[in-house]
Design a protein around this ligand. Structure first.
Ligand code: CS2
Length: 521
């Protein structure tokens, strides 16, 4: 005889709008009815970082202002996974904040929908083109921009090529003839909501912008929230390049006058959500939550005050609107993100699973401080009101928080896309100033040693094998293999990662020496 249902351990019900009333006391519930929100923002890249950062500030801004126009259509370009997590929950999810001493949970409810363009490009394009939408935000990670070695759009990337080929398909549909006759630069029709799925963020944006212009839906602001140096201008240039392919002067002119791409600096440490986080959050919430995200308490958003039209009042939620983001962004990338990478590679090489473990290792802490003090600080102008040494200490303190469980393997991923943004500018500036950047070279060496260890010897952290998680994994593994003599040179010959830095024999020597110091053989 089977046990009566009540005697079995029952799974808690799943978080959803209908169960908002069941959220336990002590857990922050959305301070408004999420079902009543209107959509004013489209966000590309609805991963954990967005959910723990811009989404929270948007919720707080709406709560503080009573302005309910800023619900967010979240778009996931990588897989349908987030759709399956969030749609059954009506877009609701928990944010578990892990301070060094205390945790807290709140429920975020700003997403009016979640879409995967593989299935629903049309819905996303139509939403970007809707008059009520005024802002598109992006967190697609460094590699999501598909930047070529020359800084432009990587047209050799198959997904970029597919998105550009969709323009040709559009032209054929429009005229009944192929548009490839070289002597006749007819505009290519950018496909509308009915076109094939867009595969890249820039491809999707191009489609959305063209549809918005066709719909005469008014100006739009596109806000990159990724860790790219000059993220706004970089994205503007990539879109401009995609527009060249469309050969549509009217569209180009409209984008020039009606679309703005402000720069931003975003900051919050968001570790991957683990089963232990789910257990902890479920005990607090009393509901199952497949969309849970985790973050440290600190959060910061500095946004260039250059919008084409209305925007959420993010300053009411703690965002700082400034005329020039560059000094903030540069300091954050060169200090926080570069220190993170140093600790991740060196920590992983010592078998340390978390960033907090790495900060607690006196040698690694010294290496992180040396990087900042010797090589980074001489390249920075302090942002207004910021003491960069105090900022360095605050950053190290945040990283020492053991409660987040932020792993070295997570930060170590995608080095070939991250290091050009966070480290190589420092190297370039130091070399230009006639200095040999030994500490920055040591970080490059730690990356190379990490790649070699993972690709050639195998590395196990916390009982799990590490894989080489990088868009250029094959090229990196090829450079890592072979004799240790010439290892630095082989990596510094990867011009699509390091540009022309390999021409500096001082740098090659410094990286070679640092590899020897790390005991690479
Ligand atoms: C980290 C960042 O994974 C990484 O590369 O350096 O995600 C970092 O945690 C954030 O930029 C903090 O704002």
């Amino acid at each position: 005889m089977s046990a009566p249902p009540d005697a079995r351990r029952r799974e808690p019900a799943r978080l959803s709008a209908a169960r908002l009333g069941a959220i336990r006391a002590g857990v922050g519930a959305p301070p408004f009815d999420p079902r009543a929100l209107r959509t004013g923002v489209v966000h590309l890249g609805i991963g954990a970082f967005h959910r723990a950062h811009q989404a929270v500030l948007t919720q707080d801004a709406m709560a503080a202002s009573g302005d309910d126009r800023w619900g967010v259509l979240g778009v996931t370009q990588r897989s349908r996974g987030v759709v399956d997590q969030l749609v059954p929950q009506d877009g609701l999810y928990g944010l578990l904040t892990k301070g060094a001493r205390a945790s807290s949970l709140r429920v975020v409810g700003v997403h009016t929908g979640v879409a995967y363009p593989g299935d629903e490009t049309g819905r996303v394009v139509a939403s970007i083109a809707a008059p009520a939408t005024h802002v598109v935000t992006l967190t697609v990670t460094e590699k999501g921009y598909r930047i070529a070695p020359d800084g432009g759009l990587d047209v050799s990337d198959p997904d970029v090529a597919a998105d550009l080929a969709a323009l040709d398909a559009g032209a054929r549909t429009a005229t009944g003839l192929p548009s490839t006759t070289p002597t006749r630069p007819t505009p290519r029709l950018v496909p509308g909501p009915d076109g094939p799925p867009a595969r890249t963020a820039v491809g999707l944006l191009l489609r959305g912008l063209a549809a918005r212009r066709r719909a005469d839906a008014g100006p739009l602001t596109v806000v990159s929230c990724d860790n790219l140096a000059g993220n706004g201008p970089v994205l503007a240039a990539l879109v401009a390049q995609a527009l060249e392919h469309a050969r549509d002067d009217d569209l180009r002119a409209w984008v020039d006058t009606s679309v703005r791409f402000p720069a931003t600096m975003v900051d919050r440490i968001v570790p991957a959500t683990t089963p232990a986080h789910h257990t902890e959050a479920e005990a607090l919430l009393g509901l199952r939550d497949a969309g849970l995200v985790v973050a440290e308490p600190f959060t910061q958003w500095v946004v260039e005050d250059a919008f084409a039209g209305p925007r959420p009042p993010w300053e009411l939620a703690g965002a700082t609107l400034v005329a020039d983001v560059a000094p903030f962004e540069r300091a954050k990338l060169r200090i926080l993100n570069a220190v993170h990478s140093t600790l991740a590679y060196r920590g992983a090489l010592r078998g340390l699973p978390t960033i907090a473990d790495a900060v607690a290792d006196p040698d690694l802490l010294a290496a992180a401080r040396a990087l900042v003090d010797e090589d980074v600080l001489p390249t920075l102008d302090p942002p207004p009101g910021v003491d960069l040494r105090a900022y360095r200490d605050q950053v190290l303190d945040r990283m020492a928080n053991p409660a987040t469980g932020h792993t070295t393997r997570q930060v170590a991923s995608d080095g070939s896309a991250k290091l050009p943004q966070r480290l190589l500018g420092t190297v370039r500036d130091r070399l230009a100033a006639g200095a040999v950047p030994h500490a920055a070279a040591a970080t490059l060496a730690a990356w190379i040693a990490y790649v070699r260890t993972v690709a050639c010897d195998g590395l196990v952290l916390d009982g799990r094998a590490v894989t080489l998680d990088d868009p250029r994994a094959d090229a990196l593994a090829a450079a890592a293999a072979g004799p240790v003599d010439g290892l630095a040179d082989r990596f510094l010959a990867l011009t699509d990662v390091v540009g022309d830095l390999g021409e500096s024999h001082e740098l090659r020597d410094a990286v070679g020496a640092a590899l020897r110091d790390l005991g690479v053989r």
